[in-house]
Ligand binder design. Structure first.
Ligand code: F6R
Length: 620
């Protein structure tokens, strides 16, 4: 079985980068300070490369930022040109070798990277053929080697970098520092953030504005497909595609430093809700072999149990519908605190336990899988945190690529978990021949449209949700209802409202409401219905009518122009057209995340730190 080698494969997505060219002073102090402000982006290892007297110097190691800076005496490095990187690995154990910067074969070109190079295996094979030696397991290391290779064709550094960038598939923000051109920094981006800044003292580049805000508030956001050359007097930007120069003025940032850390958002929760189009795009870049490996295990198991807590459990619940509908696989979702009581005596060598935990450290979840492992079950993981206990104890795992989530309420990690499950279901359907090629193509196409759908849902509903929150801010009870997979969306929407607004709320599969919950419905009680188009659409209309007949205030989330739903509803949140029901939890949860956020803020509560809750529950 090749899974161990796959697990140690290393990639990086969420990382922090800071580079500077200064007129005078100690560039390294700005770099380490900048990295501290970017620590929220990554924190498993750090590295710095400086040009001192025309020579390249590099120090890097795994560990906490402050510790590595102190242990390696990084702040004693000299030079006016340099860059640093704080890394958050998304696969494999973080270690010194995998830490950035990475060097070319001659040791003259240092490069840091934030992103994922999807075609690195083929590029690496090509370079190995040409006698390049690699020391790390990263995708990044191929880039400096490619630059070295291109320079053999007697082109200058800039052209060599342009040629290399044109060959990369995937996402990147890169910064290059080299003794070949000791007064300059080259940097480029494609789908990973990079911002340039200038002051009277020098020029800067960083993953995010806060890193450079103490030195300048005049910035230029590099756009996809652009390369910039920085020197002490400023920068030049050019298009990677044809090398033509781009003129774009500086923008002035008016945020305070504290606001800048949240990229201008008032709270992390809002920032994290808003960045879902990006986290979902990253979640579609999982490497094929990880998906294949987990799918093979799922295919072989006699039974598949899905276990998790809180929001992660809701993603398991959604997954049970997706696996059933797409791959004809029966799975059993169970909250991890109930796992042992419910399945502890039956779980065994033929069981697959697919475990989901954003943090990878939730006590109940780890307890459940400890038990499963003792009974010789195969434990697989989906997590957002490399190096977490879940990654260490799982036979194989997938990192969902959401990036750090700081707000206590899970938002972007939920949508990415469902997206990972959808990819697994699609692969399993293919493996088992459960969908025709046309059906597979259609599902895949829809999957790839999901980030755009979320983007559209966010853009069109922002004002609408504020208006709705204003109307609902004094309500004392909410009832969330959905049929089929939307029952999972309803539960997750309820959890968001409950945990950050403290308003008592219930969520039920809509069909179940007449077996009890309907008794609490009276005039004006807010019933929130999740109504995507699909198999459950006609049933949900019946449920809405039941509640309407009892005086409920009907708030529906439905497709734009869905008049069957709209004419029954008091309030409507309209969603983009064409989202298949099996993928609907991803876009349909977004307005509910936003609604809970707006309600909490209107009530004067801090949505990032709800009372009595912790981001990671590591106690029994
Ligand atoms: C809800 C929330 C919690 C977590 C739960 C599991 O917004 O954040 O319910 O989902 O504590 O955490 P992980 O996924 O880290 O195991």
């Amino acid at each position: 079985m090749e899974y161990t080698s796959l697990i140690i494969q290393c990639e990086v997505t969420m990382c922090g980068i800071f580079g500077t060219v200064l007129k005078q002073g100690k560039a390294v102090e700005l770099i380490t300070d900048g990295l501290k402000r970017l620590e929220y982006r990554g924190y498993d290892s750090i590295g710095v490369a400086m040009i001192d007297n025309g020579e390249l110097h590099l120090r890097k190691d795994m560990g906490k930022l402050e510790e590595v800076i102190e242990n390696l005496n990084i702040n004693e490095m000299n030079g006016l040109v340099g860059m640093g990187h704080t890394r958050w690995a998304t696969h494999g154990a973080p270690n010194m070798i995998n830490a950035h910067p990475h060097l070319d074969g001659s040791g003259q070109i240092a490069l840091v990277h934030n992103g994922v190079i999807e075609n690195f295996m083929e590029l690496k094979d090509e370079l190995i053929e040409k006698d390049h030696n690699f020391v790390s397991r990263t995708d990044t290391e191929v880039i400096p080697h490619l630059i070295q290779e291109e320079m053999k064709a007697d082109v200058g550094l800039k052209d060599a970098i342009l040629r290399v960038l044109r060959r990369l598939k995937g996402s990147y923000a890169i910064v290059v520092v080299t003794s070949l051109e000791p007064d300059k920094i080259y940097c480029a981006r494609h789908e990973s953030p990079l911002v340039l800044g200038v002051s009277g003292e020098g020029t800067y580049c960083a993953s995010d504005v806060p890193a450079m805000l103490p030195y300048t508030n005049k910035v230029n956001y590099l756009r996809n497909g652009e390369l910039a050359v920085l020197d002490v007097d400023g920068y030049q930007i050019m298009k990677i595609s044809d090398g033509s120069y781009v003129e774009r003025g500086l923008e002035e940032i008016t945020w305070s430093l504290e606001m800048a850390e949240k990229q201008g958002y008032q709270h992390y929760m809002l920032k994290e809700i808003t960045e879902q189009p990006t986290s979902l795009r990253d979640g579609l870049r999982l490497q094929e072999q990880y998906i294949d490996l987990i799918t093979q295990f799922l295919d072989r198991g006699k039974e598949v149990l899905l276990t998790a807590a809180g929001t992660s459990y809701h993603s398991c619940l959604a997954a049970s519908y997706i696996f059933s509908k797409i791959a004809r696989l029966t799975t059993y979702p169970v909250v991890s605190s109930e796992f042992i009581e419910r399945y502890g005596s039956t779980v065994g060598i033929d069981s697959i336990v697919l475990t989901v935990s954003q943090s990878g450290e939730t006590y109940d979840t780890l307890k459940a899988i400890d038990h499963a492992r003792m009974k010789a079950a195969t434990v697989l993981g989906i997590t957002n945190t490399v190096g977490s206990t879940l990654t260490r104890v799982s036979r194989a795992y997938i990192v969902q690529q959401s990036g750090p989530e700081i707000g206590v309420a899970a938002t972007k990690t939920f949508t990415s978990q469902v997206l990972v499950f959808a990819q697994l279901a699609m692969r399993l359907a293919k493996m088992r021949g459960k969908l025709s090629q046309d059906e597979l193509d259609e599902f895949d196409e829809n999957l790839h449209r999901v980030p755009d759908m979320v983007e559209e849902a966010l853009a069109r509903n922002d004002d609408r949700i504020k208006e709705l929150a204003e109307k609902l801010k004094d309500d004392k009870l909410f009832l969330f209802l959905g049929r089929g997979i939307s029952a999972a969306t309803a539960l997750e929407g309820r959890l968001k409202v409950l945990e950050i607004t403290y308003v008592p709320s219930l969520a039920y599969p809509a069909g179940e409401s007449k077996h009890g919950p309907i008794s609490i419905v009276e005039d004006g009680v807010a019933c929130i219905f999740i109504c995507p188009r699909g198999d459950t659409h006609s049933h949900i209309i019946g449920s809405i009518m039941e509640m309407k007949a009892r005086g409920a205030k009907i708030i529906s989330i439905c497709e734009e122009g869905d008049n069957d739903i709209i004419r029954l509803s008091d309030e409507v949140i309209e969603m983009p057209i064409g989202i298949p029901e099996t993928l609907s939890p991803i876009p349909y949860i977004v307005p509910l995340q936003l609604l809970s956020y707006r309600l909490a803020v209107m009530k004067g509560l801090d949505p990032d730190m709800p009372r009595n809750l912790a981001k990671s529950v590591t106690v029994p």
